[in-house]
Design a protein around this ligand. Structure first.
Ligand code: AMP
Length: 588
């Protein structure tokens, strides 16, 4: 496929704010792209070069790109920097600059009939893999060569891809809807495509298989080692009694709920890789967990699901989440391994000795896990009590709270208790301490805007506009403005923290009522945990917007609790969960 053809699709996507139109454009794009190109096309639409877990990092900062533009256009860097300030963005400047072709560029890019999608992908991969001495120069030269081979519009999109600022407004679910539309004319295939995507975490692979072998091929997509599986999610209820009703299983496992970070561990012989909830490879952050899994799991190959928690071995108690945050670092890891010891608490087994175990019932997976796991300083099996009554669940919950845990996660033990990747299923229900002390649970919300501060807060932000994620429509819908709960230092640091996500106008996947429009817009990236008193109906917020009644849902008396860096915007509380919480309040 010619890159210019793909760019014309990008332009159409960019020009619409309608999800339906976006889906139709993506369906057309799916049909037009070849089997060879479709995976790259999918990554590019999402602003990536490869699936997220592959951790392809171009290593291009703004300075390097400015320097590449200077090299390509024969200007000096000072002048280019000044133009960037005037033009606003690097991509706009790249489109405007005259960039002449030089013969020496032929070493990096062969283009006689214009750029193809494959050429752009190859160029970006060469940039990502350049390493060692002279690598910066090489990265700059490759980028300059690509820009010189491109026309005006192509230059803008190459620069956006190179700087991670694509932002076409299409999320991965819209892309899946586009594929479904292309094949069936409707969204009906989304669940099948989603299941395959959540199993392999590579949307390009799913698209390629769909093109090559149709839906039956997609249904055959299996788990592979070193490709993260999307973690299964938990539901919530308003009253403890409802757990028994919702989990239709005579026996319910009340597992201890730990306040740490979700980690999926892949063991392949002596090699162990760890993936975060956002599917990033975080192996290097936790050498202690790697060692725990390597020596404590008696299997050649296995995939485990669990929670890593800060642990005070002296006192024998788990520590709060904030403590674990000290381990989020790339450098001086060893020092923090000693200062903030952790324990990997494993609660599920998804793959063993070459076979997926996801379709085995929970008790069977748990029994296998118990068989292969030898507890050690860094590794343990989650605590669990099988219950048959609500009283027993409450007992387990109270005893967990006494030991400093967050609550319980109740899990179905029925014969159909399979592991559902990426799904928020009624098989797993959480019950936390906040449920007994506050009117509502905390919500994880995405910051999409901010109001300018007044009085004491003038010059900074007064509050941030927060949104929930609507999974069905793949958009962000507002729930509340949050101004309390931040410390003075946190408030002061907010503008700088959010600066990189700042936008001139409303980002395309955000739905905001006119009356709630903020002074500043941010693309949905940062997730915060917010405590509130109650969910109410409100004409000011778009969460589950009801056009007839002209109202959505809002959170009353919201209060900032903490940042949730381990959650992606799409992992924020969903609009559907908020609707459920509203219903539960009514009956509670
Ligand atoms: P929350 O983050 O409050 O929505 O609660 C769900 C999260 O609790 C899961 O994504 C896990 O990271 C975590 N968790 C802690 N303990 C368990 C457990 N025993 N089983 C499943 N998830 C757990």
């Amino acid at each position: 496929m010619k890159f210019s053809t793909l760019v014309s699709f990008f332009e159409r996507l960019q020009a619409t704010a309608s999800q339906i139109e976006m889906t139709e454009i993506l369906a057309e794009l799916f049909m037009e792209a070849s089997e060879d190109d479709i995976d790259t096309v999918c990554y590019f639409v999402l602003g990536d070069i490869a699936p997220g877990y592959a951790e392809v990092d171009l290593g291009l900062g703004e300075k390097t790109v400015i320097s590449a533009l200077a090299l390509a256009s024969g200007r000096d860097e000072e002048e280019v920097s000044r133009w960037v300030r005037d033009e606003g963005t690097l991509s706009a400047l790249a489109a405007d600059l005259e960039i002449p072709w030089k013969e020496e560029f032929r070493d990096y890019i062969a283009v006689d009939n214009g750029l193809r999608v494959e050429d752009v992908h190859d160029g970006l991969m060469q940039i990502a893999t350049a390493s060692g001495s002279g690598s910066m120069k090489k990265k700059k030269t490759i980028l300059a060569a690509m820009l010189a081979a491109a026309d005006e519009k192509e230059r803008s999109y190459i620069t956006r891809l190179a700087t991670g600022t694509m932002r076409l407004g299409a999320g991965d679910r819209t892309l899946l809807d586009g594929m479904s539309h292309a094949v069936s004319g409707s969204k009906e295939l989304r669940p099948v495509l989603e299941h395959a995507y959540y199993t392999c975490s590579d949307i390009g692979h799913v698209a390629k298989i769909l093109k090559q072998s149709g839906l039956s091929g997609v249904k055959r997509i299996r788990v592979s080692l070193n490709r993260p599986i999307r973690p299964m999610l938990t539901q919530r209820v308003g009253k403890l009694e409802e757990i028994m009703e919702k989990i239709s299983s005579a026996r319910i496992a009340a597992e201890e709920k730990y306040d740490g970070e979700r980690i999926e561990a892949h063991k392949d012989g002596d090699e162990v890789r760890l993936f975060s909830r956002r599917l990033s490879d975080i192996t290097d952050q936790f050498p202690d967990v790697v060692e725990g899994v390597r020596s404590g799991i008696a299997a050649q190959t296995a995939i485990l699901d669990g929670e890593v928690v800060a642990y005070d071995a002296g006192e024998g108690i788990f520590q709060p989440f904030q403590q674990l945050m000290h381990r989020r670092r790339k450098y001086h890891v060893e020092k923090y391994v000693a200062e903030v010891p952790v324990r990997y608490v494993v609660f599920d087994l998804l793959y063993l000795e070459g076979d997926s175990r996801m379709s085995a019932p929970y008790p069977e997976r748990r029994a296998l896990l118990k068989e292969i796991l030898t507890p050690s300083e860094f590794l343990t099996l989650s605590g669990m009590k099988v219950c048959t009554s609500v009283e027993e669940i409450h007992d387990a919950f109270s005893s967990n709270l006494k030991r400093g845990l967050e609550g319980v996660i109740c899990k179905s033990c029925a014969s159909d208790s399979v592991y559902e990747p990426g799904n928020r299923s009624w098989q797993w229900i959480k019950w936390k301490k906040e449920y007994e002390t506050e009117l509502t649970d905390t919500l994880d919300l995405v910051i999409i805007g901010a109001a300018a501060g007044k009085g004491k807060r003038s010059g900074g932000f007064g509050s941030v506009l927060c949104a929930a994620y609507n999974e069905e429509e793949d958009v962000f819908q507002t729930v509340c403005g949050v101004g309390t709960g931040f410390s003075d230092e946190e408030l002061e640091a907010l503008p700088e923290k959010l600066e990189a996500t700042r936008r001139e106008k409303k980002p395309s996947r955000c739905q905001v009522r006119k009356r709630s429009e903020p002074d500043f817009w941010f693309s949905p990236e940062y997730v915060i945990e917010v405590l509130g008193s109650e969910i109410t109906q409100s004409p000011a917020h778009t969460c589950n917007w009801n056009e007839e009644e002209k109202r959505g849902f809002a959170l009353r008396f919201p209060r900032f609790i903490r940042w949730r860096p381990e959650k992606s915007p799409e992992q924020a509380t969903s609009a559907e969960e908020i609707a459920q919480m509203y219903g539960q309040q009514g009956s509670g």
